[in-house]
Design a protein around this ligand. Structure first.
Ligand code: UT7
Length: 323
C-alpha cells in the first residue's frame, strides 16, 4: 500500500495583532489573567480584505510552492474548518479554481473543529492509497473572530484567526500515518452557530456565538490528548523518544504541559506558538508545523506527532514523516 510523507508546508496569519492589553480595553480582563491561565499574549484577527478563505488560499499556495509540486499532481484538496467564509462553494472548491488544480481533484471541506486538520490528513491518506495522482493539499483555516461574543471574557480572549497547510505525497515504501481518532457528541461543552442559528433562535441547536464550558473542555482535553498520542506511538511501534517533535493543538499551554508530563516527553520537543496566535482551532496544528519547518526545527527525515482535540467533541492524532 502507498504510504505518505509531508513534502511542503505553508501558513498565513491575518495582519491585525491584538494584544492582551488590547483585550483588556474590550472586556474585564488582564494580561496577567490571560497569560498565566493560557499562555496567550497576543492573537491575530482578520482585518478588511482578509477572511477564512483568503488565509486558506494563501497558506495552500505557500505549501504548494514549498513542495515544488505542480497543480496537476494534486488529486485531493481538503480544508478543515468550522468557520468557512461560505457554506458553499466550499473553500476547497475555491482553492481548486484559484490555484489552478485539475477538475478531477477531490475537493471537500471537513468539520471536526480543532481536530479537523488531523482528521483531514487521515482522509487524504485513505484517498491517496487508492492510486491516481500522488499529492494531497490539506489545509486548516479559521476565522474565529467571526463567531466570538466580544462581550464574553470567558471565550473572546482565547481565539485567533489563521491558516496552515501541507502537501502530502504518496509513494510505495512511504510510511503510514497510523492515525487514531474519536468522537463524543456533546453540544454543551463547546458549540458554535450553524447556518440556521439566526433564523430561529428557539429551535436552533447552536447559539449565535461560540460558547464553551472551559473547565469541562479542559478535563476532556487532558484526558484525550495524552491517550491519543500514546495510541499513535503504539500503532506506529515507536517510542516517545524516537519522535523528533510533537505538534499539539494550541488551545492552552497548560493542556500541553499536562500531556508532556503524563507521556514523559522532552518539553523542548513540544514547544508551541500559542503566545502569538491564540487558539486557531483547525489551523493551529498546521501553522505550528509550518513555523517549525521554516525555522529549521524540523527537516528531512524527521518524524512528528500531530494531535488535535476540541468541539464535537473530537480528537485525533497521527505520526507523519517529512520527505
Ligand atoms: O480548542 C479546544 C477547545 N478549548 C479548550 O481546550 C479550552 C479548555 N479550557 C481552558 O483552557 C480553560 O478552562 C480556560 C482558559 C478557558 C479557563 O481557565 P480556568 O483556569 O479553567 O478558569 P475558570 O473558567 O475556572 O475561571 C476562573 C475565574 C472565574 O472567576 P470566579 O468564578 O473564580 O470568580 C472566571 O469568571 O476566572 C474568571 N475569568 C476571567 N477573569 C479574567 C474567566 N475568564 C476571564 C478573563 N479574565 N478573560
Amino acid at each position: 500500500m502507498r504510504g505518505v510523507k509531508i513534502v511542503g508546508t505553508g501558513s498565513a496569519l491575518p495582519s491585525r495583532v491584538v494584544t492582551n492589553d488590547d483585550m483588556a480595553q474590550m472586556v474585564d480582563t488582564s494580561d496577567e489573567w490571560i497569560s498565566t491561565r493560557t499562555g496567550i499574549r497576543s492573537r491575530r484577527w482578520c482585518a478588511a480584505g482578509e477572511s477564512q478563505y483568503t488565509l486558506a488560499r494563501d497558506a495552500a499556495k505557500r505549501a504548494l510552492d514549498a513542495a515544488g509540486v505542480a497543480p496537476d499532481e494534486v488529486g485531493v484538496c481538503l480544508v478543515a474548518t468550522f468557520t468557512a467564509s461560505a457554506a458553499t462553494p466550499s473553500a476547497a472548491c475555491l482553492i481548486q479554481r484559484d490555484l489552478g488544480l485539475a477538475e478531477d481533484t477531490f475537493c471537500l471541506d471537513v468539520n471536526a473543529a480543532c481536530a479537523g486538520f488531523v482528521y483531514a490528513l487521515a482522509v487524504a491518506e485513505s484517498l491517496l492509497a487508492r492510486g491516481g495522482k500522488p499529492c494531497a493539499l490539506v489545509v486548516g483555516a479559521e476565522e474565529l473572530s467571526r463567531v466570538m461574543d466580544m462581550a464574553d471574557r470567558t471565550t473572546c480572549v482565547l481565539f485567533g484567526d489563521g491558516a496552515g497547510a501541507c502537501v502530502l505525497k504518496a509513494a510505495e515504501g512511504y510510511p503510514a500515518l497510523h492515525a487514531v481518532w474519536g468522537s463524543r457528541g456533546n453540544g454543551e461543552a463547546l458549540a458554535a452557530p450553524g447556518v440556521n442559528a439566526a433564523r430561529d433562535e428557539a429551535d436552533a441547536v447552536c447559539p449565535s456565538y461560540l460558547t464553551m464550558d472551559g473547565r469541562a473542555v479542559f478535563r476532556f482535553a487532558t484526558e484525550v490528548l495524552p491517550r491519543c498520542c500514546a495510541e499513535v506511538l503504539e500503532r506506529a511501534g515507536v517510542s516517545a523518544s524516537d519522535v523528533d517533535r510533537y505538534v499539539f493543538h494550541q488551545a492552552n499551554k497548560r493542556i500541553v504541559d499536562v500531556a508532556v508530563r503524563k507521556l514523559g516527553l522532552d518539553p523542548a520537543k513540544c514547544a508551541g506558538n500559542i503566545d502569538r496566535t491564540g487558539n486557531t482551532s483547525a489551523a493551529s496544528v498546521p501553522i505550528l508545523l509550518d513555523e517549525l519547518v521554516r525555522e529549521g526545527a524540523l527537516g528531512s527525515g524527521d518524524r512528528v506527532v500531530l494531535a488535535g482535540f476540541g468541539a464535537g467533541l473530537t480528537w485525533a492524532g497521527c505520526l507523519a514523516e517529512l520527505a
